[in-house]
Design a protein around this ligand. Structure first.
Ligand code: ATP
Length: 576
């Protein structure tokens, strides 16, 4: 398939905000392409050259892209810059200027999908001296053979700004629709994806008609993390699970550790490699007695002088301030391991939790750095409550109750894990929302431009972001300065695509940064669009920012469904 044909599909995807329509268009594209084009096309639609956990990006700086566009369009760099100033998007500038190009250069041949992907791959692998020149050359070559529309997407991709608006869930629907015209295979595709986090590979097998049940956990393919549901009281938890494991909920940094033949990799909650940042965990993992394993835990820094653990926020801050070596010496990390998904060649994800826990305890025996999470087994709400209170008094966040007979449920928030956190106001949990805009300061805050945030949650049925809070407090001066700096860089001229909002902040921003927000309660409000029924949506009352969540992406934020369920819980709690 020619890339210009794929670009026509991209342009149709970009033009719609209906998630179903996006999937239908992507399905048409997947049906039309050759089998070997499925994988690269899926990566490109995701805005990547390879699965995200490989950390490759076709990153070209704006300055260099401008040079390539100037060369190919025959205009001077000044003219490219002038058009860019007007359009605000270098992709559009490339499209505009290539439209004016008299004729395709004689030597140029049209780009195929495979050629474009392989050039993106080469660009992403180049580094070191002379690499920028080589990248410009590769980009110019692609632009030489490109139609104006195609050039728009090539340039955006290379700048890391493709943003077609289609997410993994819609691509998964598109795959099923490409083969059957409906979403019947969604679950099977999702399961395979959750186990390997490589949608390109899953898509390739699926479109070739292969059996997806072959996908299983394997070292160095990060597993999408299991997530916890919520219930408001110990009584409801025991009523749901019966006899269960109740574990301390550590407020640290979630890590997935992979080991095979002496090699160790550590992945973050977002499944990015972060092995180099944690040498002490890496060496403790390689000392474990096994050939291969995948396990998960929560890492916390321990301050020996103060005899206390640091929270996630503190751990991250220390890491930034102290550098890795000093951090390792002064605040050694301990990993509280809470699950195991693979051991010595065997996938354990379908085993019962009680059995996985036994395997985990055996594996961690003897290590002082990797230790199993603290747990009790009980069927008594009273015992659960006592344990919960003890955890809170020790400065922990709460507990997680676990179904002893459940498998490891990758990538989903299910009742196999139920969290009970110390309450914030009437709410059973904090909310993770994405910043979509910000307001200018007034009065005492005039020193800063920054005055507050507009935050949104995700409606995972429509794929739209819906506003839930205007946040004016919880920021220190330092945080305000930092937020202003970060947000200025991602300002948008218009409301972000896929956002439903009745409010208009002073500036819109690209939905990129996730924050944890605490509030007194969830109320109904005509101002916000979360879970809108008629004119009324859900809103957070007295919202305050608790933390910036570097470890979460916008796809991982609280959903509208979860807000509705938190609202129902709040009512039940008030009634009891
Ligand atoms: P939160 O915002 O409440 O920290 P989250 O959105 O990061 O939660 P949840 O699914 O709500 O994720 O809660 C589970 C999180 O709790 C896990 O991501 C993990 O990082 C952390 N955690 C701490 N202790 C444990 C434990 N013993 N077992 C499982 N997860 C634990």
């Amino acid at each position: 398939m020619l890339f210009s044909e794929a670009a026509d599909f991209f342009s149709r995807i970009e033009a719609t905000s209906s998630r179903l329509e996006m999937s239908a268009i992507a399905a048409e594209l997947l049906k039309k392409c050759e089998k070997e084009e499925v994988k690269p096309l899926v990566y490109i639609m995701e805005g990547n050259v390879a699965p995200a956990h490989e950390g490759l990006d076709a990153g070209i700086g704006e300055k260099f892209a401008i040079r390539a566009i100037a060369q190919v369009s025959g205009r001077g760099e000044k003219q490219v810059e002038a058009d860019f100033k007007k359009s605000g998007d270098l992709g559009t500038t490339a499209e505009n200027l290539l439209k004016k190009r008299a004729q395709l250069s004689l030597a140029s041949t049209p780009n195929s999908v495979l050629k474009v992907h392989s050039s993106f791959m080469k660009i992403s692998r180049l580094s070191g001296a002379g690499s920028q020149e080589a990248k410009i050359l590769l980009l110019s070559e692609l632009l030489n053979g490109a139609s104006p529309l195609e050039a728009k997407y090539i340039v955006r991709f290379c700048l890391g700004k493709l943003r077609l608006g289609i997410g993994d869930p819609s691509i998964i629907d598109a795959l099923s629709m490409a083969r059957h015209g409906d979403k019947r295979d969604r679950e099977a595709i999702e399961r395979a994806f959750n186990l390997c986090s490589d949608l390109g590979e899953v898509a390739q097998d699926y479109m070739a008609g292969k059996d997806l049940s072959r996908f299983s956990a394997r070292p160095f393919s990060p597993i999408r993390p299991a997530l916890a549901e919520r219930l408001p009281t110990p009584k409801e938890i025991i009523a749901r699970l019966g006899k269960c494991a109740v574990e301390a909920k550590y407020d640290g940094l979630r890590m997935q550790v992979h080991i095979k033949d002496g090699k160790v990799e550590i992945y973050s909650r977002k499944l990015e490699k972060m092995t180099h940042m944690f040498p002490e965990i890496t060496s403790a993992a390689s000392a474990l007695r096994c050939n291969s394993a995948i396990f998960e835990g929560e890492a916390l820094a321990y301050n020996q002088k103060e005899k206390r653990y640091y929270s996630f926020q503190e751990t991250i801050q220390r890491k930034r301030k102290h550098g890795i070596e000093a951090m390792q010496r002064d605040f050694p990390l301990r990993l509280f391991a809470f699950d195991i998904m693979y051991l010595d060649g065997k996938d354990l994800t379908l085993e019962k939790y009680a059995d996985r826990r036994k395997a985990l305890e055996k594996l961690a025996a003897g290590s002082s750095v990797i230790v199993p999470s603290e747990q009790i087994i009980t069927d008594s709400p009273k015992r659960l409550e006592e344990y919960f209170q003890r955890c809170i008094s020790e400065g922990l966040e709460g507990i997680i109750a676990k179904d002893l007979s459940a498998p490891y449920i990758a990538g989903a928030r299910k009742f196999a894990w139920i969290k009970l956190k110390k309450s914030y106001g009437e709410m059973a949990d904090t909310v993770d929302a994405v910043i979509v805009g910000y307001y200018l300061g007034k009065g005492a805050r005039q020193e800063f431009e920054f005055g507050g945030l507009l935050a949104a949650v995700l409606n995972d049925e429509t794929g739209e972001l819906e506003t839930i809070a205007k946040i004016g407090s919880g920021f220190s001066e330092d945080e305000m300065r930092k937020l202003q700096e970060m947000l200025e860089k991602i300002r948008l001229k218009q409301k972000p695509k896929g956002l439903n909002s009745k409010l208009e902040p002073d500036f819109w921003v690209k939905p990129k940064y996730v924050i944890t927000v605490a509030a007194d309660e969830i109320t109904l409000s005509p101002m916000h669009t979360c879970g809108l029924v008629g004119e009324t949506g859900y809103a957070l009352r007295f919202p305050r920012m608790m933390a910036l969540r570097d470890d979460k992406s916008p796809q991982d934020i609280t959903t509208t469904k979860e807000i509705i369920s938190l609202f129902e819980m709040q009512k039940r709690k008030a009634a009891s």
